[in-house]
Write a protein that binds this ligand. Structure first.
Ligand code: APR
Ligand code: ZN
Length: 364
C-alpha cells in the first residue's frame, strides 16, 4: 500500500515548488520509511531548483537531502535500523565498495548510482522522483538504509538535520579533509552555512589565526562569535585582497578554504595559501562547466589544491559528531535563523536568494 503524505514538488527548474499530497511507495528491500522531523534548506537544492547545478537530477522531483526523523517502518533485509530509531540522512556508505573499504574514502560508489532513480512517488497520476534518492522536503520519505545513520534520541531534529550536509561539510573540511592543526593560520572565503562551520572546525582544531572573508559585512559578528579572529571584506580590500591576507598571515595561510562557490574566490584561496606547504580546499560548488586556472608553478612551489565531499566524513562517524554537538563543542543553534513549515518552503528559498538569514530549517 502506498503511503499518503505531503511533499514539496519541483515540477520544473526555475518555478516555485508546489506543496501537495503524494502517494509514496512503501519501503522495498533494504529501504526505510522515515517520518521527517526536520529538513534543512541547503544551497545545493537552490542550484538544482534554478537549473544551474552539475548534479544530475530529473524533474519532477522532491528535493531535500538534509533531514532527520524517526524510522516508521523497515523493508526486508534492513539490519541496523528499527522502528522508533532516530536517523540522519547522509551520503551513502555501503561498506563494501572500494571507497568504503579505503581507510579515508567517503565517496561511496553508490553516491550517484541511486540518484537517477525510478520514480518513487505519484501525485495526480504523475510520476515523481526523490532527489538524491532521498527527498526530505516531505512529511515522510523512503530511502536506502545505506543513506541513513542511527543517532541518539536526545539530539534536536532541527540541529541534527543540518549535520546531513552543511554543518558536517564545513566542520569536516577543517578537521578531516584539511586536517587543520593547532596553532595553524586559516582563511575562509564565503561565510554562509558552510563557511561559518569551517570556522568552528578550525577553532576546534586549535587554529590560532582564523580569518573570515565575505562581501557581506553582516557576517563579521557571527564569524567572530564562532571563532574567527579577523574579518576581511573583499569589497573594501579591492585588488589588494590577497596581498592583505598574505600580510596578515606572514606570507600566506597554512590552510585556505573556498565556500562561496565562485571561480574568482577559488583563485584567491589558492593564491592566499602559503608557498611551500599551504593547502587550499575547495568546498563550494561552482556553476556547471566553469573551470579554475592553475599555474603549474603555483603547485610546484609546494601549494596543494584539493576538494572535499561532505567534509571527508563518513556516515558512521556522525554519531560522534552528534556527541560533540550535545557536549556544546560547536554551535548550530545560532546558525539556524528560521524555522518554517513545509508549506512555506518557497519563502525559505526566496530568503536564501536574497542572502538573508543563515540556515532555514523546515520543521514538521
Ligand atoms: N568573496 C567572499 N565571499 C563571497 C563572495 C566573494 N566574492 N561572493 C559571495 N560570497 C559569500 C556570500 O556573501 C555568502 O555569505 O559567500 C557566502 C555563501 O554562502 P551561502 O550562499 O549561504 O552558501 P553555503 O550554503 O554556505 O554554500 C557555499 O557551497 O555547496 C556549495 O552551492 C554551495 O556554492 C555554495 C557554497
Ligand atoms: Zn560504498
Amino acid at each position: 500500500m502506498p503511503i499518503r503524505t505531503t511533499a514539496a514538488i519541483a515540477f520544473e527548474p526555475g518555478k516555485p515548488m508546489v506543496v501537495e499530497e503524494v502517494d509514496l511507495d512503501p519501503p522495498g528491500e533494504g529501504e526505510v520509511l522515515v517520518q521527517t522531523g526536520a529538513a534543512g534548506l541547503c544551497h545545493t537544492d537552490l542550484d538544482v531548483l534554478d537549473g544551474s547545478s552539475p548534479i544530475p537530477i530529473t524533474f519532477p522531483v522532491v528535493l531535500g537531502h538534509e533531514g532527520a526523523g524517526v524510522v516508521l517502518e523497515v523493508g526486508a533485509g534492513v539490519r541496523n535500523l528499527k522502528p522508533g530509531d532516530h536517523v540522519i540522512a547522509f551520503g551513502p556508505e555501503c561498506g563494501l565498495c572500494g571507497s568504503c573499504r579505503h581507510p579515508t574514502g567517503n565517496f561511496c560508489d553508490s553516491t550517484f548510482s541511486g540518484v537517477v532513480v525510478d520514480p518513487t512517488m505519484t501525485s495526480g497520476g504523475r510520476a515523481i522522483r526523490a532527489g538524491y534518492a532521498i527527498g526530505t522536503f516531505a512529511k515522510h520519505f523512503v530511502t536506502d538504509q545505506i543513506r541513513l545513520v542511527g543517532v541518539r534520541k536526545d539530539a534536536p531534529f532541527d540541529e541534527i538535520s543540518y549535520l546531513s550536509c552543511g554543518a558536517t561539510t564545513g566542520i569536516g573540511a577543517a578537521v578531516v579533509s584539511a586536517n587543520v592543526h593547532s596553532g595553524a593560520s586559516v582563511i575562509i572565503f564565503g561565510l554562509g552555512g558552510i563557511g561559518l562551520n569551517i570556522i568552528q572546525g578550525a577553532r576546534m582544531a586549535g587554529a590560532t589565526t582564523i580569518i573570515g572573508v565575505d562581501i557581506n559585512p553582516a557576517k563579521a559578528a557571527i564569524a567572530r562569535r564562532l571563532g574567527a579572529t579577523a574579518f576581511v571584506n573583499p569589497l573594501v580590500a579591492g585588488d589588494g585582497l590577497v596581498g592583505l591576507l598574505n600580510e596578515m598571515t606572514h606570507g600566506g595561510a597554512d590552510f585556505t578554504f573556498e565556500a562561496a562557490g565562485r571561480i574568482s574566490t577559488m583563485q584567491q584561496a589558492l593564491a592566499a595559501a602559503r608557498i611551500g606547504w599551504g593547502v587550499c580546499t575547495i568546498v563550494g560548488v561552482a556553476p556547471a562547466g566553469e573551470t579554475i586556472d592553475v599555474l603549474p608553478f603555483d603547485l610546484i612551489m609546494g601549494r596543494k589544491l584539493q576538494g572535499t565531499t561532505l567534509g571527508g566524513f563518513r556516515g558512521s562517524q556522525l554519531p560522534e559528531l552528534v556527541d560533540w554537538l550535545m557536549e556544546g563543542r560547536f554551535d548550530l543553534k545560532s546558525l539556524i535563523t528560521d524555522h518554517l513549515p513545509l508549506e512555506k518552503i518557497n519563502e525559505g528559498y526566496d530568503k536564501m536568494r536574497r542572502g538573508e538569514g543563515l540556515r532555514s530549517v523546515l520543521t514538521f
